[in-house]
Write a protein that binds this ligand. Structure first.
Ligand SMILES: [Zn+2]
Length: 76
């Protein structure tokens, strides 16, 4: 994953729209139905509402909280 991070940074310096394309493609990949954080099956109602959901309800709430904090404080 470090290599991907470095590559993403280089892409960002070189061409931020290319990075955006990569990110949007990643975020549009359909979920496999398993929470990527805790490995629990994602609730079927949740997948029905959002086929791209990658976390169960609990982990998604945590991640949203972290994303909100990252926006306030910056990614690092
Ligand atoms: Zn989870």
């Amino acid at each position: 994953m470090d290599e991907i991070d470095c590559a993403a940074e280089r892409i960002e310096n070189f061409n931020s729209s290319a990075l955006q394309a990569v990110l949007s493609r990643m975020s549009q990949a359909p979920s496999n139905g398993i929470c990527r954080s805790c490995g629990a099956p994602i609730e079927t109602e949740r997948l029905a509402a959002n086929p791209r959901a990658r976390n169960c309800c609990e982990c998604a709430a945590e991640e949203e909280e972290m994303a909100r904090r990252a926006k306030l404080c910056g990614p690092r």
